[in-house]
Design a protein around this ligand. Structure first.
Ligand code: GTP
Ligand code: K
Ligand code: MG
Length: 367
């Protein structure tokens, strides 16, 4: 039996189990663990030279990557052509775009790579067509834009979420707060610092046994579900922010548009009529949650045209690495002005571990 058949079998058994009220949560947990293992197998590249599990070979560039995911002809390429200097072919027929096309959005000195991708259909994650490559590429993004046609049914959104979920992408979710440590001896130590209402100790132990994990420390610090616990064990999940972008609002009523616009993580636009595109880019920037730091040479004004962009949580060391590879080796101290300076508006003298904040100005002093 192939992996796909095994998965189908487990899914059928789970459906039966769910119908049976007497069925225990831990039996379901066991099935879920099995299912996740087979799914993981399915995602491993078939060959060393890159098989089903690999994305498109487009180099990351700029400060962050945003991937456009959607069904065919929702307007992904039209968006790329509107907001970047790159033209991507657009047409009224499906699957116009056949590969990944990168463009650059310049935003207050930062550079965001926007990746136009082929449209996907239901079943993309199971290896149909280019779909698998598309969802694999989505894994490399710092932000996923799920683009939807506002004239089509709500169902499209759920279908796309299922495809991304199947390759281990968790949208708009935090990594579950669970500390998991493997050991070589000593059995299982399981502690929960909160009351578990969505899973239970027995289920967790069953799953650990299912993964042949007989020696480990598990500390659960939030009320997680069984699925979230499996995610922790698998360890390769990607937690990526997502914006749902409804295009073609020129073709729907004001009432319909208003309803969509009020949903969480949602932006409504019309590429064709140039509606809301600037706002969309503001929202992308917000979701990316980057910090921008300006550097300043002694006696000079800060360089506002060319900030260094980093993930939130970046330190002075990251700033150094963003300027030059060898800088942190010769580092003496830095001066920071801005939100992260405790003497603001005056500068603070700091070391490599100092956390920077958005719009800080930094001067580095070397040996
Ligand atoms: N009414 C309307 N049509 C639009 C809008 N944006 C794009 N379109 C049309 O939608 C069709 C598909 O646009 P594309 O940009 O090729 O869509 P795509 O998502 O890149 O499609 P694939 O590459 O085939 O997956 C084209 O005929 C566009 O002119 C919009 O805001 N409103
Ligand atoms: K198209
Ligand atoms: Mg396209």
């Amino acid at each position: 039996m192939g992996v796909v058949e095994k998965i189908k079998e487990i899914e059928e058994e789970m459906a039966r189990t769910q119908k049976n009220k007497a069925a225990t949560e831990y039996h379901l947990g066991l099935l879920k663990a099995k299912l996740a293992r087979y799914r993981a197998q399915l995602l491993e590249p078939a060959t060393k030279s890159g098989g089903a599990g690999t994305g498109f070979d487009v180099q990351k560039s700029g400060d962050a990557r945003v991937a456009l995911i959607g069904f065919p002809s929702v307007g992904k390429s039209t968006l790329l052509s509107k907001v970047t200097h790159t033209a991507s072919e657009t047409a009224a027929y499906e699957f116009t775009t056949l590969t990944a096309i990168p463009g650059v959005i310049e935003y207050e000195g930062a550079r965001i790579q926007l990746l136009d991708l082929p449209g996907i259909v239901e079943g993309a994650s199971q290896g149909r067509g280019r779909g698998r490559q598309v969802v694999s590429t989505a894994k490399t993004a710092d932000l996923i834009v799920i683009m939807l046609d506002s004239t089509k049914s709500e169902e499209q959104r759920r279908l796309l979420e299922i495809e991304l979920d199947a390759v281990g992408i968790r949208l708009n979710k935090k990594r579950p707060d669970v500390v998991f440590k493997r050991k070589t001896t000593g059995g299982i130590t399981l502690t929960a610092t909160v009351k578990l209402t969505r899973t239970d100790e027995k289920t967790i132990r069953t799953i650990l046994a299912g993964y042949k994990l007989h020696n480990c420390d598990v500390m659960i610090r939030e009320d997680i579900t069984t699925d979230e616990f499996i995610d922790v064990l698998i360890g390769t999940r990607k937690y990526i922010p997502c914006l749902y972008v409804y295009n073609k609002i020129d073709a729907i009523s004001l009432e319909q548009m208003d309803k969509l616009a009020h949903e969480d993580h949602t932006v409504v636009i019309s590429c064709e009529m140039d509606l809301n595109l600037t706002y969309l880019i503001d929202r992308m920037w917000e979701e990316l949650d980057l910090v921008k730091v300006y550097t300043k040479k002694r006696g000079a004004h800060p360089d506002l045209a060319d900030p260094i962009c980093m993930r939130k949580g970046a330190t002075i060391e990251d700033v150094c690495n963003g300027i030059h590879r060898s800088l942190s080796a010769n580092f003496r101290y830095a001066l920071v002005w801005g939100k992260s300076s405790k003497f603001s508006p005056h500068a603070q003298k700091v070391g490599l571990n100092h956390l920077v904040q958005d719009e800080d100005v930094v001067s580095i002093f070397t040996k």
